[in-house]
Design a protein around this ligand. Structure first.
Ligand code: G1P
Length: 288
């Protein structure tokens, strides 16, 4: 059973400067909810009950957002704003949220390492905040947990990218090329040059990891970008345990990329009864 998740939310957000000087990128809203809330909800909808958010120094707004705001709740109740009261109190219901500060930004592997005490001996999920997946019937993390239940090994959630884009992702190298959704890997490489990419199967920000990973993260030296890379520790884990890739069946938005972020806002709006007609009318007007 996978019941714990680690969500790193401590990056600099350089792709969204200058706003991320003061606002954590995870708090950038998709309409009226922070991106991070969609990630947290995916975890909860997948059966995760305990979530560790790894945050950095200037990210207090994340902690505040997931905390209650009793003064605001009181004011809303006093003014009989029941709908708004429901909005502010129904956030991340169903899971325990924990926070830890990553004191130095040494890379994704180092961020995940901050979860060692929280995770203990359990196997766990990792969800990255730049990747928002939409599959209302079968959340991406739930798909991976179901795959894990069959193999009881680490699994990297993958998406197919263009050859040109392989340099932006961790790229998987399966033992055998096949159309199976779940494949045993022989290797994984962080952000290779396209000419060296072993495949176009990219890690899309979702992982199920066995707790053995911490042994490798603790001793992991810096890799690509002079950072402690999770991918490098997973490669070493492969010497000890099987690691699989799993092709996730969901629509993915790379919300760290401006055009995908804008598309996510439009698509999420088109699914909302209070907004869909106005957004459609706006699109029609703009495309004339
Ligand atoms: C990280 C990982 C990379 C993965 C990507 C998915 O890179 O290091 O392996 O493919 O997330 O979004 P980042 O985008 O943080 O540079």
């Amino acid at each position: 059973m996978i019941k714990k998740a680690v969500i790193p939310a401590a990056g600099y957000g350089t792709r969204f400067l200058p706003v991320t000087k003061a606002l954590p990128k995870e708090m950038l809203p998709i309409i009226d909810r922070p991106t991070l809330e969609y990630i947290v909800n995916e975890a909860i909808d997948s059966g995760i009950t305990d979530i560790l958010l790894v945050v950095s120094g200037n990210k207090n707004s994340i902690v505040d957002y997931f905390d209650r705001n009793l003064e605001l709740e009181y004011k809303l109740l006093e003014r009989k704003k029941d709908y708004e009261y429901g909005l502010v109190t129904n956030i991340a219901v169903g899971a325990n949220l924990y926070f830890i500060r990553q004191k130095e930004q040494l890379g994704l592997g180092h961020a995940v390492l901050q979860g060692e005490t929280f995770v203990g001996q359990d196997d766990f999920a990792v969800l990255l905040g730049d990747d928002v997946y939409v599959n209302d019937d079968y959340p991406a993390t739930k798909q991976m947990i179901d795959a894990y239940d069959k193999v009881k090994s680490s699994i990297l959630g993958t998406i197919e990218v263009s050859l040109e884009d392989t340099k932006k992702y961790g790229i998987c190298d399966p033992i055998k090329q096949s159309s199976d959704q779940l494949k045993v890997l022989k290797s994984v490489v962080e952000k290779p040059e396209p000419k060296n990419a072993p495949s176009r199967s990219a890690i899309g920000g979702r992982y199920i990891l066995t707790s053995t990973i911490f042994k490798y993260l603790r001793s992991q030296s810096k890799g690509k970008g002079n950072e402690i890379q999770l991918t490098d520790a997973i490669l070493r884990l492969m010497n000890e345990e099987k690691v699989y890739s799993f092709d996730v069946d969901a629509r993915r938005y790379d919300v760290g990329k401006k055009i995908d972020y804008i598309e996510a806002i439009i698509d999420f709006g088109l699914k909302r009864d209070d907004l869909k007609d106005d957004i459609q009318a706006l699109i029609n007007k703009k495309s004339k």
